[in-house]
Design a protein around this ligand. Structure first.
Ligand SMILES: Cc1cc2nc3c(=O)[nH]c(=O)nc-3n(C[C@H](O)[C@H](O)[C@H](O)COP(=O)(O)OP(=O)(O)OC[C@H]3O[C@@H](n4cnc5c(N)ncnc54)[C@H](O)[C@@H]3O)c2cc1C
Length: 446
């Protein structure tokens, strides 16, 4: 029997714990998490803040009780403060303040990520909020309810910032989205696509302050933020929500374990770190990016869950290797849906990789289908040398997101753009056209 300690019980930790317990092997699983809740789906945060869902209860899919029922020993509000990797011991401060030591045979680090804090003048002022934990969403909801919040600045035009900007606008709050980049969602979409999203946001009254670098937060004289000063303007606010990115939470092991350039624990295909019997999963660890064939950092719940499954299987003696991910993701703002995977042209250029693209726009279904038949716009990115597909972006008001799963497999299996030309894509008017947009984009590829 092995004793396994898991540090962190959110998405990665929960997946790992459940898989270990379901394996039927005789393991003791002890879990420490410093938070007071388990499995908060932050992906629903903007929906809750924007009142698109009425209550947060459904944003949790597990709990201390559920994991205990499955057989784990769960210590909530208990922080692991340090680890002695040589003697296989963790030091913990429990909820009641007492300090204990606990020993393990195998250790799983699932400590996730933390939001970047802009260390600028005024960054600790009241009403500068973050968007990570359930408590962050609760605080924002409470302030909207109890304070006269009329103007909000959202910092960072990535997925989270863009979604939150919509959420605030839905309250009738004057919302400004600030980013130093000149485009929104710039890590995921090329400009021709992200500009479509920006137009929808502007049409709905969200102000864009792009290409602006934040310099300081201005105090109202009572310790509360009253404005954000950038290099180009001063934006008056009642509240700021900072969503400028995340860093891996790796203070427990970063002096002992091998790390990636951003500090994430470097893991192999089995989620093993550089120290034997120590695994790292989820946002605190690297993932292998199959679109560029190198280790990378892609903080997504999907990757957290997969890495948890992989670690658990290897811990329990079923050897599994995870070949990696291309970072498939999607966003829906108002009624515009955008999905993407792998490399954008911009990122390929930064990496010095020569790519080509093919783009095609068409109705989802035949012209005679008079209802629910919007346009779909697709761009496929492929390598110039091997012609292997390395990325795809799609936009529509139609839910075409399932298309992305095929691109996921294509990128993973290094399918070429030419192989996509005659791919078996079915036709039936309720769903599709005989000349599907994927086929057409591939056929048009130079
Ligand atoms: C607003 C928002 C929206 C998102 N939307 C999506 C989405 O739509 N799709 C998607 O795939 N991903 C999304 N993500 C990303 C996703 O939430 C993360 O990738 C995921 O939470 C990572 O899970 P994790 O378990 O690795 O880490 P985390 O969720 O960061 O959890 C880490 C856990 O470790 C605990 N912990 C840390 N240090 C210690 C310690 N020293 N001792 C004890 N416990 C510790 C923490 O309390 C926490 O419970 C979103 C994230 C945010 C913030």
């Amino acid at each position: 029997m092995s004793k396994i300690i898991v540090v962190g019980a959110n998405h990665a930790g929960t997946a790992c714990i459940n898989t270990i317990l379901a394996s039927g092997k005789d393991n003791e699983v002890v879990v420490y998490d410093k938070n007071n809740n388990i499995s908060f789906l932050a992906c629903g945060m903007a929906l809750w803040v924007g009142n698109q869902i009425s209550k947060p209860d459904g944003l949790f899919y597990s709990s201390k009780e559920a994991l205990e029922k499955a057989g784990a020993k769960i210590h909530m509000e208990s922080a692991v403060t340090s680890i002695d990797f040589d003697n296989k011991v963790v030091n913990v401060t429990l909820k009641d303040g007492s300090k204990i030591q606990d020993s393990y045979d195998k250790l799983v680090l699932a400590t996730g990520s933390l939001p970047f804090k802009l260390g600028l003048n005024g960054c600790d002022l009241e009403n500068i909020q973050f968007a990570k934990f359930y408590q962050d969403a609760q605080a924002v909801k409470e302030k909207i309810k109890t304070q006269n919040i009329k103007k909000v600045a959202v910092l960072g035009a990535g997925y989270i910032g863009v979604e939150l900007a919509e959420a605030f606008e839905r309250h009738g709050i004057e919302t400004t989205l600030i980013d130093r980049n000149k485009t929104i969602l710039s890590s995921y979409f090329d400009r021709d696509y992200s500009d479509m999203m920006m137009e929808i946001m502007q049409k709905n009254g969200i102000k864009m302050a792009l290409g602006e670098s934040i310099e300081e937060f201005i105090d109202d004289g009572n310790g509360k933020v009253k404005a954000v000063r950038t290099d180009k303007a001063v934006h008056e606010v009642d509240m700021v929500v900072s969503a400028v990115g995340f860093r891996p939470n790796t203070t427990l092991g970063n002096e002992k374990l091998e790390t990636f350039r951003n500090g994430a624990y470097l893991v192999n295909k089995k989620q093993e770190t550089s120290i034997k019997d120590v695994y790292a999963i989820g946002d605190c660890a690297t993932v292998y990016d199959v679109s560029v064939d190198q280790p990378s950092y892609i903080a997504l719940a999907t990757n957290a869950v997969r890495s948890g499954l992989v670690a658990a299987n290897n811990i329990c003696g079923t050897e599994i290797e995870w070949d990696g991910t291309a970072g498939a993701s999607g966003i829906c703002i108002y009624d515009l849906k955008m999905v993407c995977i792998g490399l954008t042209e911009q990122r390929a250029e930064k990496l010095g990789l020569e790519v080509m693209n093919t783009r095609f726009k068409d109705l989802q279904k035949p012209e005679f289908m008079e209802h629910d038949n919007p346009e779909v716009d697709i761009k496929i990115i492929y390598r110039k040398d091997t012609r292997a597909v390395v990325g795809a972006q799609l936009v529509s008001t139609y839910d075409m997101s399932a298309t992305l799963h095929m691109f996921s497999l294509a990128i993973y299996k290094k399918v070429t753009i030419d192989e996509l030309k005659l791919l078996d894509i079915f036709f039936m008017p309720h769903f599709n056209k005989p000349y599907n947009y994927i086929t057409m984009a591939a056929l048009n590829a130079k």
